[in-house]
Ligand binder design. Structure first.
Ligand SMILES: N[C@@H](CCC(=O)N[C@@H](CS)C(=O)NCC(=O)O)C(=O)O
Length: 202
């Protein structure tokens, strides 16, 4: 069984959803209930995954480890499609995730409300440009992976939930909204949200 260190609502939810899609059992641990999480991951970030004797960090690397290990429709075998799937995972993890990360950072570190709002708006504009990139990619398909959700669709859906914490306008196109709604209706997504809530109130 895998052990996944998570924070409720954080990017680690995508790891858990993918584990469920891959029909893998997972024991989830809320890092807020630990005093010594940095002894497990010195960066202190989730997701952190324990697979047997190995501890893996960095969301995209964990995702690729799981997708390579367990064959599934989430990760195509055809060389070009697989390269595209990796590119989409990296876009989600290394481009969209940090764009949202700026909203959290600015809220925590800029105290002047007017200045904070101006910079938040600028950060939101760059997030909106990234959602437009996704909207364009979805012009001829329902999911980034084609007809069915890919790991990147799942990651982007988890991040899309963060916009509501901030007083900014996040603009998401019609095709993208459909994709995000479809991922949120997946049993693996619903179970993950429930599991995080249950584990965090213990
Ligand atoms: N580069 C890391 C970043 C992960 C990350 O930023 N995780 C956030 C939650 S979405 C986190 O753990 N933040 C708490 C912290 O960094 O102390 C990855 O992709 O795994």
């Amino acid at each position: 069984m895998y052990k996944l260190y998570y924070s409720p609502g954080a990017c680690s939810a995508a790891t858990q959803i993918v584990l469920r899609e891959l029909a893998q059992e997972v024991n989830i641990i809320d890092v807020h209930q630990l005093d010594d999480f940095k002894t497990i991951n010195p960066v202190g970030a989730v997701p952190t995954l324990v697979d047997g004797d190995n501890t893996f960090v960095e969301g995209a690397a964990i995702m690729l480890h799981l997708l390579n290990k367990h064959k599934s429709p989430l990760f195509p075998e055809n060389e070009n499609s697989r390269q595209q799937a990796i590119e989409n995972i990296m876009f989600a993890n290394a481009t969209m995730h940090p764009a949202y990360g700026r909203l959290f950072f600015l809220t925590q570190h800029i105290s002047d409300e007017k200045v904070q709002q101006e910079i938040l708006n600028t950060a939101a504009e760059s997030i909106n440009q990234l959602w437009q990139v996704i909207e364009n990619k979805l012009a001829d398909k329902s999911f980034l992976g084609g007809d069915s959700p890919s790991a990147a669709d799942i990651m982007l859906t988890v991040y899309s939930r963060w916009g509501r914490y901030f007083s900014v306008d996040i603009i998401i196109g019609e095709k993208t909204s459909k994709m995000l709604n479809a991922v949120q209706a997946m049993p693996s997504y619903i179970k993950t949200v429930q599991a995080e809530q249950t584990a965090s109130v213990k």
